[in-house]
Design a protein around this ligand. Sequence first.
Ligand SMILES: Cc1cc2nc3c(=O)[nH]c(=O)nc-3n(C[C@H](O)[C@H](O)[C@H](O)COP(=O)(O)OP(=O)(O)OC[C@H]3O[C@@H](n4cnc5c(N)ncnc54)[C@H](O)[C@@H]3O)c2cc1C
Ligand code: SF4
Length: 499
Amino acid sequence: MTVGIWILGDQLSQKQAALTSCHPEKVPVILIESLEHIRTRPYHRQKLVLIWSAMRHFAEELRQQGYPVTYEVAAADFQKPLIAWLKANHITELRVMQPADRPFRQFIMAMQSQLPCSIQIIPNNHFLWSTSDFQKWANGKKSLLLESFYREGRKRLQILMVDNQPVGGEWNYDKQNRQPPPRNLITPQPKVFPADEITQAVIHQVKSLDIPTFGEINNFNWAVTRNQALAVLADFIDGKLAQFGPYQDAMVTGENTMWHSLISPYLNIGLLHPLEVIQAAETAYYQQQIPLNSVEGFIRQILGWREYMYGLYNYVDSDYPQQNYFQHHQPLPEFFWTGKTKMNCLHQVLKQTINTGYAHHIQRLMVLSNFALIAGISPQAVENWFHAAFIDAYDWVMQTNVIGMGLFADGGILASKPYAASANYIHNMSDYCRNCSYDRKSRTGSQACPFNYFYWDFLDRHRDKLTKQGRMSFILKNLDKMPETELAEIRDRAQKWHE
Ligand SMILES: Cc1cc2nc3c(=O)[nH]c(=O)nc-3n(C[C@H](O)[C@H](O)[C@H](O)COP(=O)(O)OP(=O)(O)OC[C@H]3O[C@@H](n4cnc5c(N)ncnc54)[C@H](O)[C@@H]3O)c2cc1C
Ligand code: SF4
């Protein structure tokens, strides 16, 4: 039997399961850049640079380890170079680590009959919970709450645990986190990397593509190797983790990254493994006396949210991406692609996304998807935009975050109530409203903030469905108290906005 390994662009780890399944043998390996794959949506140019540059650097690493590596630059599709390589190397068994994305799993299965050899899918080892372990945890449960999944993960891996109890006596220190940003906040700088020769060649290639793409490319400064990704992690642990908790949800004009770790692009392509990130944060708690609220809050993002999103993605029915609980069908406004809107919060977050491919969690949740939710935009159009616009976007992380958490289009499988908010929230957690041409306090009148009238219109349009979510009853009582004339103007403004 002659084995060959196909390494996908989000599987760039020497410890990935297909490579380790052959260890220590240095079997032939192939990596393919496919142009067909990037025609599905206008991806952010920096994402294309990140993936292709990281793939090329990884191929070099493997060559230095003695692997016979074939690398296909800008192939028209995956099939042709793959089949040619299989034949040239007389490969009888193709091994691929299980793709994280469902559509790609289906694509490989569909291709199987055209291949001149057998194919073996090796279980994915880039997550901490296997699909079947998540299934065992979820089966028979009435609700699949993050909090109970997270506690189970802490116990399973014995992270921040003493005698099977949480360190400090509590599982969750969120009450000490999520503070609004004070004025004159001094924030740390992100760790950046000048483009080396390989990255410059990819930038040149992406600039000359005749395929629709999105976003700026000239200021690309992301890590593209494992060593650089480890340097980003070390920079976060030593310089940012201590302050991560308190200002986790804060948004400040011109401050794109604050105390966030910026590691999702690397976790999602295999340059970092979730367990080493969690262990680095736990070690810092014990050795550097970093406050528990920050360490626990950060570990919960990875051991909790990230694993939960992947587990749910594999657990829910295959029609999940098409769900549309509120029957929202408005098209995505053009300004999502250009950033040109008078709404300052959206303008700032979109401008940042166009420039970097990155926005932090609350910018994504409480500005971008909150607006899309209350304005009634089609969940599938929103999901497609998020998938195109972000440097860390993949089908597995997109579906549950956008369809589930951001838009409640799954009717509450993931969230216990929709993340819908008016200008109040944005004003409390950011400085955006200070420089906006809309009045954050008004929900009617020509200067009324669209977040306000869309918010109340959303509650009004979906009163019946929202009544079923127990946690919405308090706010629905406020809706009941609103004078009918005011509500009529709110409905009218919301409707006219779309015309
Ligand atoms: C509408 C919406 C869309 C999102 N799209 C993506 C996406 O395309 N790719 C992506 O990786 N994350 C996505 N997230 C989750 C989260 O916003 C990003 O992981 C995070 O902002 C990445 O920045 P960071 O590395 O600086 O994160 P930090 O704030 O430093 O958090 C640490 C890590 O926790 C993990 N994490 C935290 N929350 C989540 C979550 N909800 N789902 C998955 N991982 C999580 C990430 O790996 C992240 O790197 C989305 C969230 C929402 C609400
Ligand atoms: S006033 Fe409204 S539109 Fe303007 S920044 Fe605040 S929330 Fe956004």
